[in-house]
Ligand binder design. Structure first.
Ligand code: HEM
Length: 666
């Protein structure tokens, strides 16, 4: 057997040379990924990320290179799901450069000028925190989940239109909630005044967010159910994170209600003191950390070459971490409500360690600072994100001791520093690293040819170091406030450069179909109508004869027709694909010195599923029934496989099927 396809072969090269291979790669979840010719990644990389045995994939691909009929028909149709992540990433960038990080920078400068953390109204801090958690982190998580998880399972997203609806709801929810929270409460001569209109709008925002999160759960559950593959360990982490997503939104709405309707300053402070920290535990450790760690198990070893911590460790750490998040949140509230700061406080601390230990253990197991096999630009972001993750975990474990040593009940400086080591250092740095890899891949770009993003890396790490270090130092050296504002600007600049890079990759016009070598166009179901016409202009008559009169219009030929395959055009116009291909082959054979690929009427593809063949050629149904092939896997298996299962001879079966088709056409 030929070995045209090796582990190093790049997907676009393979698809350009052998378009039929797309059918095999689609089966393993390629679908619309990377555009027309797929992502700029090697076959080995594809096999690893999509969880396919590399040797088996290569055998299938090489067999299909030798005999194109062995490849399943390319049944890919462009869909909303192909690049569903884009709107979510765009939304996340939009939120972070308005109510998110940008507002955070303004708040930080205000703190720096005032020289104290309590200088800001809580509703402003919370509006910033809320938009960062749901706008920046939440939208990225949703977009990534919709885009990647179905492909990891070799399936398709269930109802992409509902996924798109969840985006609209979430974005509208965040906008209403942030604006509502900002304007709902004002303090006039020491009295808290509530504006029912703004408060109501904020609550409406929370309801929309909840609807978006529930829709997200529905689409993900249905997608997994439809694909029907058993849940892997990382899936359980993902679903746990999705569960915390919903709990966090409900908790956030409750905190908003409690703070906005507090009758006086005392009640407001005690609502914040009792509920704010538990809410952040749910959002940051339940939602963000569990999601990132879950994805890391699936992504970090195969894609970046980090050590594999193993499923066993993840299984062992799953329930302790969930218990840690749930118990620490609940105990913190109990501690405040009962005033039992010692007994309940100790239990709270023990529950916090249930978060710290699994997180540190898992993070160390990836050996993030050891040698890795890959050389991707994102690796440095992942390493740094784990550094900040470990630091934030150590800070979490040491928080009570720090407070004791500095004789404080609560240190805003220490707590805020720890929070931003996690939110900027770990969570945002993970988004930057994984985003830079994933977006480039999905857009068919080779990351080796793109910027290494060193400036982004240096800016965000310097900014985070300044933020975390200086914020703690403000407890001892008031002059440290001066550098805090600068730290925000550095982080913002890093996010801005990264966002511009990502937006350019997502939206720049790329090498399109017409850039491919026109000589390599063949008459095949997946050939683009516009390209067939470009190579053989005289085939216009054939198309017109088959009812494609619109193609007489040159604008139509050069625009839409370039993006529509023969198969799609025939399905749309209800035209017999094989008849059209026959006529096209005849026309091109007559004119061309090189023999065109013949697809005679009587050449049914054995790579088609039984059901698809029966749908396209109803005359084959009696033959399938007689040979009992229609009962095989409910028609979902390919003809070739079904024939093999039944111990029949493929040549004979194909000959009978083709005869039936030919007879019907004659
Ligand atoms: C340019 C980057 C950022 C700046 C300048 C910034 C600034 C601030 C400031 C000044 C505060 C109030 C004081 C404090 O708690 O330290 C704050 C709070 C907060 N920030 Fe940020 N932030 C940034 C990025 C982020 C990111 C990326 C996230 C989430 C992913 C985030 C989540 C939060 C949360 C949840 C709070 C509320 C803290 C609490 O509940 O105590 N921030 N931020």
């Amino acid at each position: 057997m030929a070995t045209a396809i090796t582990p190093e072969t790049m997907i676009p090269e393979a698809i350009k040379a052998h378009p039929q291979l797309r059918g095999i790669l689609d089966q393993y979840g390629l679908k619309g990924c990377g555009g027309e010719f797929g992502p700029a990644e090697s076959m080995e990389f594809f096999a690893k990320t999509h969880g396919v045995d590399s040797a088996r994939l290569l055998t299938e691909l090489n067999a299909a290179v030798e005999n194109p009929k062995l490849a399943p028909a390319v049944d890919y149709k462009p869909s909303l799901a192909d690049s569903i992540y884009r709107r979510f990433f765009l939304g996340a960038i939009g939120v972070t450069f308005t109510a998110g990080a940008l507002w955070g920078v303004i708040l930080l400068w205000q703190i720096a000028f005032a020289g104290r953390f309590t200088a800001l109204p809580i509703n402003e801090i919370n509006a910033h925190g809320h938009s960062q958690i749901y706008g920046w982190v939440g939208l990225v998580i949703m977009g990534y989940a919709y885009q990647a998880f179905p492909r990891f399972k070799h399936g398709a997203l269930w109802r992409p239109s509902l996924a798109a609806l969840s985006f609209v709801l979430m974005l509208m929810g965040i906008a209403l909630r942030v604006v509502g929270e900002y304007f709902a409460v004002s303090i006039h001569q020491g009295t808290i005044l509530l504006s029912p209109l703004w408060f109501g709008l904020g609550m409406l925002g929370s309801c929309l967010e909840l609807m978006a999160a529930l829709l997200f759960v529905l689409v993900m559950v249905k997608t997994y159910r439809t694909i029907g593959k058993p849940l892997e360990t990382y899936d359980k982490w993902v679903f746990a994170a999705v569960g915390w997503f919903v709990v966090g939104i409900i908790g956030d709405a409750f905190l908003y209600y409690a703070t906005a309707t507090a009758p006086d300053r005392g009640a407001l402070v005690s609502a914040v003191a009792a509920y704010q920290l538990p809410l952040r535990q749910v959002q940051l450790y339940g939602l963000a950390t569990m999601m990132i760690l879950g994805v890391s198990l699936r992504f970090m070893p195969p894609v970046f070459g980090f050590a594999d911590p193993g499923e066993k460790l993840y299984r062992r750490m799953f329930w302790p971490l969930i218990l840690g998040v749930a118990a620490s949140s609940a105990l913190f509230v109990v501690m405040f409500k009962t005033g039992e700061f010692l007994r309940v406080g100790l239990a709270y601390y023990a529950a916090t360690l249930l978060i710290v230990v699994p997180c540190l253990w898992i993070s160390l197991s990836f050996r993030p600072f050891g040698k890795v096999t890959g050389n991707d630009r994102s690796i440095k972001f992942i390493r740094a994100s784990h550094f900040w993750f470990m630091l934030s975990m150590v800070m979490l474990a040491l928080e009570p001791w720090y407070n004791r040593l500095t004789s404080q009940t609560f240190s805003h400086a220490y707590h805020g520093a720890m929070m931003h080591a996690l939110t900027v250092g770990f969570i945002s740095m993970s988004i930057l690293g994984v985003g830079a890899k994933v977006v480039a891949n999905l857009c068919g770009e080779d990351t080796a040819r793109l910027s290494r993003l060193w400036l982004v890396f240096l800016l965000i790490n310097t900014g985070t170091a300044l933020r975390v270090g200086n914020q703690v130092l403000t407890d001892f050296v008031p002059a440290s406030f001066n550098l805090l504002g600068l730290s925000g600007l550095l982080i913002l600049a890093a996010l801005l450069l990264w966002a511009l890079h990502i937006l350019i990759i997502m939206y720049r016009p790329r090498q399109a179909a017409h850039a491919m070598n026109i000589e390599s166009v063949t008459i095949a179901p997946q050939a683009r109508v516009g390209l067939v016409l470009q190579r053989w202009p005289h085939t216009l008559d054939v198309f017109v004869k088959h009812g494609f009169g619109l193609l007489k219009n040159p604008v139509f030929r050069n625009t839409l027709a370039r993006n529509v395959t023969l198969q799609q055009a025939c399905e749309f116009q209800k035209v017999d694909l094989l008849r059209l291909m026959d006529d096209l082959n005849e026309a091109t054979r007559e004119r061309s010195s090189a023999p065109a690929q013949a697809h005679s009427c009587a050449s049914l593809d054995p790579g088609l599923t039984v059901a698809e063949a029966a749908r396209r050629y109803p005359v084959t149904v009696p033959v399938f029934s007689e040979l009992q092939l229609d009962a095989c896997c409910g028609g979902a298996d390919t003809i070739a496989n079904a024939v093999e299962h039944h111990g029949l001879k493929l040549d004979e079966v194909m000959s009978r099927l083709n005869q039936a088709i030919a007879k019907a056409h004659s």
